[in-house]
Every structure is written in structure tokens, then in C-alpha cells.
Design a binder for this molecule. Structure first.
Ligand code: GTP
Ligand code: MG
Length: 471
């Protein structure tokens, strides 16, 4: 294990090999990747996880915390000087202050190091004394993982795939009309490329808002400082004969630049160094959005899992060498939107989606698990009699009105196939009643001495992800 880590460090050209050696020997590091599509709940998850690891009163499901083996937890400067630090203090203050609010969207990679002092149990443990384990948490957008598939595809194959998808989505109508009106063989001009990109990005944004997750290139929706650069100014175009200097030829060149200058560096610098991974999924949001969003979510989970499969692309396999993520958790977030009597069904749907993704991706290797969690519980439960029927509801403060309300969101089916089959068969809407999701505001003043924010199964999620490395 230790030897493997040192070899990794050297293979990746880490400059301070001495530091890596001593760190690997004396202070092991776990690099935990936290990903998910926009608004899946990454920022809330990390904030609550860190706070609950620092004050462990609500973490009975994490063995090392329940047994008292974690004796201290503190934040430290992270090891990577060029990655923005995760703004833990700001996010925690926003979530748990007197007027709590959800964090602002974030759109790039960020990192935080939490160090844990561990006092191992048993005879050997008392002999060896306390040790320190560093938990480096890396927050990155799930959209970037979908870009891995681009590395395997040339411009023509990519264009064909995304244009076929676009033709099945009403949100793409305007872009497709603009595309049809432009001639791939015409001489390249920047304004034309920009107008097409603008229209294409508008389509991706609308598709995201409608609940679709398969929206490549992933960086178009969150360009950051690369906005407007040539590597982010291209669109898919149908195959056509086009000569040098043509619009299509330049689009193709830019697509290749995007792959080598944007996609590969992400996999090399961030992805390749992750040990454990949690993928957050807004499952209830997809159920609410309907069968197409659900099918799309299933397909995207398959692509994401594909990124962790040994040898998805020759390039990535070479880069990763022997190193692999060995545990991946797919966590459906925001379980506090429904009464706990339905959590079993939520987990079952998540498990079915994961099984389907595993089958499709022919996945072997890492240990995977599906769970339903809430990183920050914003509701309380309530059972009320309505028209002679007992309804299991959740109560919280609604984001839209600021008022307290008890809601019954609908029932999830007992058999996940009732959702997955219509999704696979291209149904437009669910046959039964719709399932609705409301946004609740975080509850006020939930922090108590010695405890982090209230959550649902965050401790069990943590046990699966890193528990074995803390004892
Ligand atoms: N009720 C509830 N809502 C949650 C929970 N976690 C996230 N949310 C909701 O989901 C929204 C998005 O959460 P974030 O943590 O900002 O999501 P993100 O994945 O970081 O989003 P981006 O930064 O835009 O990629 C929040 O504004 C909340 O409305 C949770 O545990 N419970
Ligand atoms: Mg975020």
C-alpha cells in the first residue's frame, strides 16, 4: 500500500519526492473526490461532512467516531498551492447562521484538508500511539467526467452522437435551426463560430434546466476564466466535405484543442489522484422532472462509472497505472424531502440505477454502493390525517414563500422498475400521479455544542467511504 503510493507520487512527477515519502510513511492521506452534476449538493455535502467530522456528536454510524478513536480533527493548509481552497467557513456560516441560506453555486475545482488524530484501539494500538490521517476533499463538477468520453471520439463521431441527442430534445430547436442555416464549408469567421456557440450553449443550459445531465462539452456550462477562448468556442457539425480554412475544419481543430488543453489536464491533475469517490445524485429532482430526465440520469451514471473503469481509454489507463479509486458511493441527496417511510424505496431506485449502470459499463474493480442521504436536514416529519387517510409528510420553511409548510410530495413506487421501465421506453410522463419536489430553506440555528449540522445517514456514507482507513 505504502509502496504503491510512493510509486504513484514519483510516476506523477511530484517534485518533492522526499516529502511524499515521509508523508506516505508517517501521515497517510486519503483523497476523497466529491462530484455530481450542478446543484446536486456537493457544496452542502462537503460543508456538513467537515463540520460533522470536527464535532462528531451526530456521527454514530462512523465507527471510528463512535468508538472514540478519532480524538481530534482540525483544518490545515491543503497540499496543492494552485487549487482554490473550499470556502468551508463561509458555507457553514451561510447554512447555519441566524438567517440560514443555501450556498451560491460553485463552478470549479476546490480543495480542503481536514486532519484527523486517530488513537487506535487494542494492544497494538496502545503501543503505537496516536497517528494523523489527512483527508483531502476535492470538489469538482460531475459534468467534467462526462468529457472523458470525448477522448475516445473524434470530432465526427462526437458530432453525430450529440446531434442525434439534440434532435430528440425540444430544447435544441433553435440551435438546430441556426446550424442548418450555416454552411460547414464556408470560410471560417470568428463571429459565426461565436454565434453558433452561443446558441449551442443556450441549448445546453435549457437541457440542464429541463433535468438532462448528458450535456457535453461539460465545460461549456461552467467555463470560468476560459469563457470566450477558442478551445471553448466550437459546436458539433454534421459530416460534410469541407476544405482547409473552412468553418467545420476549424471547429474540428478546436474540439481537439478542448480535449488536449482542457479535458486531459483535469484528468491528469485532479482525477488521477483520487482514492475514494462520492457521486451525488439529485434523484428526486429527476423523478420530478419525468421519465426522460430519469433515463438521462441512468445513462450519465453509466458514463461516470465508465470513468472509473480500468482502461476506459488507453490514455487514461496509462496515466492511472496501477492506481485506482477503490470505493465509489452513489448517494441520492436531499432525502429530507420525503418521509423516512419512503427512504427504503429511494434507496432501491438508486440501487437499481447503479446496477443498470454497472451492467452497461461492464464494471469491475471498485467497491460500489448506493444510498439515500441528506447532507443537511432541512425538514422535520409529521403524520397528518387528510380526508380520512394518514399521510406521512415533511415540514419545513419553503424557499419560495419563506413560510412554514407541511408537504406530501407523493409516493415513490415500491418496485423501481415502475420508474426505470417507462424511462427506458421513452415515455413522456409518468402514468401515475406526479411526484413533486419543493425547495426547503435550511432550518435555523441547528448547531449545538459538540455536534455538526443535522443530516440523514451522512455518518453511514462516511463509514463506507473512509471508515476502513480510520481504524
Ligand atoms: N433539503 C435539502 N436540500 C439540499 C441538500 N443538499 C443540497 N440541497 C439543495 O440543493 C441545492 C444545491 O446544493 P449545492 O451544495 O450548492 O450543490 P452543488 O452540487 O455544489 O451545486 P453547484 O455548485 O452549482 O455545482 C441547495 O441550494 C439546496 O437547495 C440537503 O441535504 N437537503
Ligand atoms: Mg457547489
Amino acid at each position: 500500500m505504502v509502496i504503491g503510493r510512493i510509486a504513484d507520487g514519483l510516476a506523477q512527477g511530484v517534485e518533492a519526492a522526499g516529502a511524499v515519502v515521509s508523508e506516505a510513511f508517517f501521515e497517510p492521506t486519503i483523497r476523497l473526490g466529491v462530484t455530481g452534476f450542478a446543484r446536486a449538493g456537493k457544496t452542502v455535502f462537503i460543508t456538513s461532512l467537515v463540520s460533522n467530522l470536527m464535532d462528531r456528536g451526530r456521527m454514530p454510524g462512523l465507527r471510528a467516531a463512535a468508538d472514540g478513536q478519532i480524538t481530534a480533527a482540525w483544518l490545515q493548509p491543503q497540499p496543492d498551492d494552485t487549487i482554490p481552497r473550499f470556502a468551508f467557513e463561509d458555507h457553514l456560516a451561510a447554512l447555519t447562521g441566524p438567517q440560514p441560506r443555501w450556498p451560491e453555486p460553485t463552478s470549479a475545482v476546490s480543495e480542503l484538508r481536514l486532519s484527523l488524530r486517530i488513537q487506535p484501539r487494542g494492544m497494538l494500538g496502545s503501543l503505537s500511539g496516536p497517528r494523523t490521517v489527512h483527508l483531502d476533499i476535492i470538489d469538482y463538477p460531475g459534468e467534467w467526467l462526462l468529457d472523458l468520453e470525448l477522448l475516445d471520439r473524434d470530432y465526427e463521431a462526437w458530432s453525430e452522437g450529440v446531434l442525434a441527442l439534440a434532435r430528440s430534445r425540444p430544447e435544441a430547436a433553435e440551435f438546430l435551426a441556426t446550424l442548418d442555416a450555416s454552411d460547414p464549408a464556408m470560410g471560417f469567421e470568428e463571429p459565426a463560430a461565436q454565434a453558433l456557440t452561443h446558441s449551442y450553449t443556450g441549448y445546453l443550459r435549457a437541457a440542464r434546466a429541463a433535468g438532462y445531465s448528458d450535456c457535453t462539452p461539460g465545460r461549456f456550462l461552467m467555463p470560468g476564466e476560459m469563457e470566450g477562448s477558442p478551445a471553448l468556442t466550437f459546436v458539433p457539425m454534421p459530416a460534410a466535405s469541407s476544405g482547409r480554412g473552412s468553418l467545420r475544419r476549424e471547429m474540428e481543430r478546436r474540439y481537439e484543442a478542448y480535449k488536449s488543453r482542457v479535458v486531459k489536464p483535469f484528468f491528469r491533475e485532479h482525477f488521477a489522484r483520487i482514492d475514494r469517490q462520492v457521486v451525488l445524485v439529485d434523484l428526486l429532482g429527476a423523478v420530478h422532472a419525468g421519465p426522460r430526465a430519469m433515463e438521462d440520469l441512468g445513462r450519465s451514471m453509466n458514463s461516470i462509472l465508465g470513468a472509473f473503469r480500468p482502461g476506459p481509454t488507453a490514455w487514461l489507463a496509462r496515466l492511472l497505472g496501477q492506481k485506482r479509486v477503490d470505493r465509489i458511493l452513489f448517494a441520492a441527496t436531499k432525502a429530507d424531502h420525503i418521509h423516512h417511510s419512503q427512504h427504503g424505496r429511494m434507496t432501491a431506485i438508486m440501487e437499481a440505477l447503479l446496477r443498470q449502470a454497472r451492467d452497461r459499463a461492464d464494471f469491475a474493480g471498485a467497491k460500489t454502493r448506493a444510498m439515500a442521504i441528506a447532507a443537511l436536514r432541512a425538514t422535520v416529519e409529521e403524520t397528518r390525517e387528510v380526508d380520512g387517510t394518514e399521510l406521512d409528510m415533511v415540514r419545513g420553511r419553503l424557499m419560495d414563500t419563506g413560510r412554514e409548510a407541511a408537504l406530501y410530495p407523493g409516493t415513490l413506487p415500491e418496485d423501481p422498475a415502475r420508474l426505470l421501465a417507462p424511462a427506458r421506453n421513452g415515455a413522456e410522463s409518468w402514468l401515475d400521479d406526479d411526484f413533486s419536489v419543493m425547495r426547503f430553506a435550511p432550518a435555523a440555528e441547528t448547531l449545538k455544542l459538540g455536534e455538526g449540522p443535522p443530516h440523514i445517514r451522512l455518518d453511514q456514507a462516511t463509514e463506507f467511504l473512509i471508515g476502513d482507513r480510520l481504524t
